[in-house]
Design a protein around this ligand. Structure first.
Ligand code: NAD
Length: 476
């Protein structure tokens, strides 16, 4: 299968291509993705720029029809698309199918939002003058996405961009071209005018950077690492371009003495290791009070040892492989750093399975302090550490002592502590007796501090980024 660029409604091959390899079975080459260059991204921007005014003038019904078509088809094909996603990214089949369904639901939600575009009408302080406040499309938006949610993140950027009347150039992550291509193929048949949605594969430093630098791209929505986000922020700031960043996390899960041990262990297991820990909302710091610490570590270790790590496509697999060798090496390097700093590591070994892949046992690092690098930097793998604390106050202080602020969780049966944590955890999302990862699609998603910058994604709040507000004064 060749994954071509979609530019102005046409599929374009490139001279060179990149193999898409299954991380569960390195002998399985799923396809080859285009390797776009400067000409391709310029052509895509030109196509989007030409198509943008027409789409900005489209009716809510036209937008609804397109988004509803895309959402319906994704949901109808969720098993096939989920299988493809798990094959290229390595999350389990259940997670892959769940993510595909989620992408469809997101398009359905924004189909509804396209119908619900509202403004405000106010009386002026001046006699006889009327004021209307409306939302306008931005023009061309550049969407830059990471590899860990190969269809959901492109969906949660593309759907609101189109619902609010913008044209799109999507640059997906190089590791997961098949899901982006499948999404683009559906969009191309949705009735959306040619050029409104464009897809270009290629290296971020070239293709992504060209989107950021182009004066014809009005805004950039980026999800990825802090390092890349920082560079995009600097460039957009220099050009006074609107931008939105969703980046890393070092998400705390607080477990108090009064927690239901079963709930705390399951929430931590899910938050830390599902999707192989490759989630920006993963629970990577388990902050546990003294009275429950040993029982919690014991019970979690037993559950981790029983997790079935294997081929993402095997029905009984509970944790798939790490995405690639580079990420595997990063995980191992952080485990070594943790050992060197005095932490005790359980698990984390490379595992052999029937097929050659990047299999790794889930790892738990105990005897850590919040000052250690393992607790300050994002690993982005199946690695969690435990920090023992005296009481709730110490737990909250440690939870907030981080450069990040995406998601924060607490397991407790105390209403007082749950309420206090909800109010005082420095994070964009707070979870009580639930994993730090796993969110709804109709409400805002995003964080504080170094995790996010700019308006929230998803839900009705997505309008903040994908539109600009116009205030019109009329003397009839
Ligand atoms: P990454 O920053 O390496 O790449 C993200 C995207 O940016 C890719 O499409 C890449 O090609 C592109 N890119 C790279 N250099 C660029 C440049 N100079 N200019 C423009 N674009 C460029 O991140 P990744 O490794 O693909 O993803 C993992 C990271 O994503 C983790 O840090 C994770 O926490 C984060 N993430 C965050 C969220 C969230 O919503 N907060 C969600 C998922 C993943």
């Amino acid at each position: 299968m060749e994954y071509c660029n979609l530019i102005g409604g046409e599929w374009h091959e490139t001279a060179q291509s990149v193999a898409n390899v299954n991380p569960s079975d390195l002998s399985d080459v799923i396809g080859h993705a285009a390797l776009g260059g400067a000409d391709d991204i310029e052509s895509a921007i030109t196509a989007a720029h030409a198509a943008a005014p027409g789409w900005a003038a489209s009716t809510p019904q036209q937008r609804f029809d397109v988004l509803d078509f895309i959402g319906s088809e994704i949901i109808a094909r969720k098993e096939e698309l989920g299988h493809l996603l798990s094959r290229e990214e390595g999350k389990t089949l259940a997670e892959g199918i769940g993510e595909a369904a989620r992408a469809g639901q997101i398009f359905k939600f924004f189909a509804g939002e396209a119908l619900r575009q509202r403004g405000e009408h106010l009386a002026s302080v001046r006699p006889g003058v009327e004021i209307d406040i409306t939302r306008q499309p931005l023009g061309v938006v550049g969407l830059i996405t990471p590899w860990n949610f190969p269809i959901a993140i492109p969906a949660w950027k593309t759907a609101p961009a189109l619902a609010f009347g913008n044209a799109v150039v999507l640059k997906p992550a190089a590791l997961v071209p098949a899901s982006a291509h499948a999404l683009a193929e559906i969009i191309a048949r949705s009735g959306l005018p040619e050029g409104v949605f464009n897809l270009v594969f290629g290296p971020g430093r070239k293709i992504g950077a060209a989107l950021v630098e182009s004066p014809r791209v009005a805004a950039i929505s980026f999800t990825g690492s802090v390092e890349t986000g920082r560079g995009i922020a600097a460039e957009c700031g220099r050009r006074l371009k609107k931008f939105q960043l969703e980046m890393g996390g070092k998400n705390p899960m607080v477990v108090l003495d009064d927690a239901d041990l079963g709930i705390a262990v399951e929430a931590s297991l899910n938050g830390a290791f599902f999707s192989t820990g490759q989630r920006c909302t993963a629970s990577s710091r388990l902050i546990v009070t003294e009275g429950i610490h040993d029982r919690f570590v014991q019970a979690l270790s037993e559950r981790m040892a029983a997790l079935r790590v294997g081929n993402a496509l095997a029905p009984d697999t509970q944790m798939g492989p790490v995405v690639d060798e580079r990420q595997m090496a990063q995980n191992e390097s952080y485990l070594q750093i943790a050992r060197d700093e005095g932490g005790a590591v359980r698990g984390g070994e490379r595992l052999n399975r029937d097929t050659e892949g990047f299999y790794m046992a889930p790892a738990l690092v105990t005897d850590t302090t919040n000052a250690m690098r393992i607790n300050r930097e994002e690993v982005f793998g199946p690695v969690a550490s435990v920090i023992r604390v005296k009481d709730y106050d110490a737990a909250l202080a440690v939870a907030n002592d981080t450069d990040f602020g995406l998601s924060a969780g607490i397991c407790t049966t105390s209403l007082k502590h749950a309420s206090h944590f909800r109010a005082n955890a420095q994070a964009g999302m707070v979870m009580v007796n639930l994993p730090t990862a796993g969110v709804d699609y109709h409400v805002p998603f995003g964080g504080t501090k170094g995790s996010s910058f700019g308006p929230r994604e998803q839900g009705a709040y997505a309008a903040e980024f994908y539109t600009s507000v116009k205030t019109a004064y009329t003397q009839p």
